[in-house]
Design a protein around this ligand. Structure first.
Ligand code: URA
Length: 434
């Protein structure tokens, strides 16, 4: 096989075989095929798209490029949930313990934030001492004993994706539905769970800006999961405005805890109950979604969901006292209130801009190597649809450094739009792909 022949085949919009895709992926992972040839292949795939069979073969080849986790010693159905990324998305922190308290096995591999989006691992590190790099034996052992463990993504799983993603990032080939779908699913499949619930975000703060694209991505990922023998469903949910009220690592931990106590923001609680009920259904713990919601609601009311979170933090060596005492989390020195410039209704709250304002505060990274400040962030006092008076507080910014506040304030300011007329209620959940 010759690499240039395969590039030409893809350029001419002909379907590549399993063996041909494997040749490219394994050759690139080993360093036998140079960046410039794979860049050309990626651009051809970006422009011409990939068939469902090609996308499934690409995914499987990326899974085969590294290790896979063997979770077979964990009894019962193992579930995973994955969000395509957003702002204020602290779902794993609440959803993981919530469904684990209902007896489901949650074996979760999570990532760090990059760009305007946050990541579960950064948020968890707001608990002092918490260990996220467990050995695989410890990981399996903890799921067996506690129904839940959360670890950082290892480089050994789907290493081809790491290399390909870095190349896509600098060759204008990130925003391709088959390439995104295979990238996400290769990591999920290598992580070894039986059932996967995907939360596909749509809107200003998401990869997918339109509902049509989000639905197409959802279908692509569900097809890959089905083709490769994992029960997979996708929920399409809003990321036009941030999820919940708090954005920033320790602030999001506080909101996740509040939600486990039944005192969280309604949109965030609703999404957790919806995703959680679907996980329970896939994990065969309930027979209907309504039963799932009722069971989860019961676990919140009787305190077992919060206890499970405490157990998770404790066994991963984190300072679990922070669950009942927020002062044990990283705390910012100052706060500043942003006020409404005029009276009216919030017609838009741009999630991407809120995320970028938080990056400017130091809550997120501009490059992978950046150190982040876990304490800073934004509390959104008003969200889309809310009525405001002129000069009424609409957001509170928690910060440590004046310069960073000055960088963040103008970006946060333009993330709000106020109109004279009431705005329509925003959708939270647009639909599901099964
Ligand atoms: N997340 C991923 O893991 N891969 C992509 O390509 C996009 C988002």
């Amino acid at each position: 096989m010759k690499t240039d022949d395969l590039i030409i085949k893809k350029r001419d919009n002909k379907e590549l075989t399993k063996e041909e895709i494997d040749y490219l992926v394994q050759g690139y992972t080993k360093g036998d095929i140079p960046d410039y040839q794979i860049s050309a292949f990626l651009m051809a795939a970006f422009l011409n798209g990939m068939t469902q069979v090609e996308t499934a073969n690409l995914t499987q080849s990326m899974v085969n490029s590294g290790e896979t986790l063997d979770l077979s010693s964990i009894s019962g159905i193992k579930v995973d949930k994955h969000s395509t990324g957003g702002v204020g998305d602290k779902t794993t922190l609440t959803l993981g313990p919530l469904v684990a308290s209902a007896g489901l096995n949650v074996a979760k591999m999570s990532g760090r934030g990059l760009g305007h989006t946050g990541g579960t691992i950064d948020k968890l590190e707001a608990f002092q001492g918490l260990k996220i790099d467990l050995t695989m034996d410890d990981f399996v052992d903890r799921v067996n004993k506690h129904n839940i463990a959360i670890v950082g993504q290892t480089k050994d799983l789907a290493p081809a994706d790491g290399k390909l993603y870095a190349l896509r990032d600098v060759t204008g080939t990130v925003d391709s539905i088959p390439l995104i779908a295979s990238s996400i699913m290769s990591k999920k499949l290598a992580a070894g769970t039986d059932a996967i619930v995907l939360d596909v975000k749509v809107g200003k703060g998401a990869f997918m800006q339109t509902l049509d694209d989000a639905i197409a991505l959802g279908h692509e990922m569900v097809n890959i999961g089905d083709n490769l023998g994992r029960k997979t469903i996708a929920v399409i949910s809003d990321m036009d405005q941030p999820l919940g009220k708090n954005v920033g690592n320790a602030l999001e931990v506080i909101e996740a805890i509040d939600t486990l106590k039944g005192q969280g923001p309604k949109d965030f609680e609703d999404l957790c109950l919806h995703l959680g009920a679907n996980l329970l259904l896939l994990g065969e713990k309930v027979e209907t979604l309504q039963q799932g919601r009722n069971l989860l609601q019961q676990k919140i009311t009787n305190g077992e969901a919060l206890e499970k979170f405490e157990e998770l933090i404790k066994v991963q060596n984190g300072d679990y006292r922070a669950i009942h005492d927020n002062s044990k989390l990283p705390t910012p020195k100052h706060s500043k209130t942003l006020k409404a410039s005029t009276q009216g209704y919030i017609s838009s709250l741009d999630a991407r801009k809120v995320g970028l304002a938080c990056v400017n505060l130091g809550a997120g990274r501009k490059t992978k190597e950046d150190e982040i400040d876990l304490s800073v962030g934004v509390e959104l006092l008003k969200k889309t649809g809310d009525k405001v008076k002129k000069d009424e507080p609409i957001a509170k910014i928690w910060y440590n450094e004046e310069q960073k506040l000055n960088d963040a304030l103008p970006v946060l300011d333009i993330s709000y739009e106020i109109s004279e007329q009431p705005t329509e209620d925003k959708h939270l959940i647009y639909g599901m792909i099964t």
